[in-house]
Write a protein of this length. Sequence first.
Length: 72
Amino acid sequence: MKKTYKIEVDCANCANLMEEAAGKTEGVEKAAVNFMTQKMTVEFAEGADVDAVMQAVLKNCKKVEDDCEIYL
């Protein structure tokens, strides 16, 4: 399953850090962040609990960029 989320991030480098953090989260097959459109696309692993995975993604992104936001 693939879903797109609106995000809020201040710079392109921060967007790259968010993409890396999201991609390393358990339950995420692939993550892509587009700084220009302020969107994150997440492809979930088979059978993953989307809500729980996205909470973990948000937590991991906040570790690398504490003022970022993902609108779930």
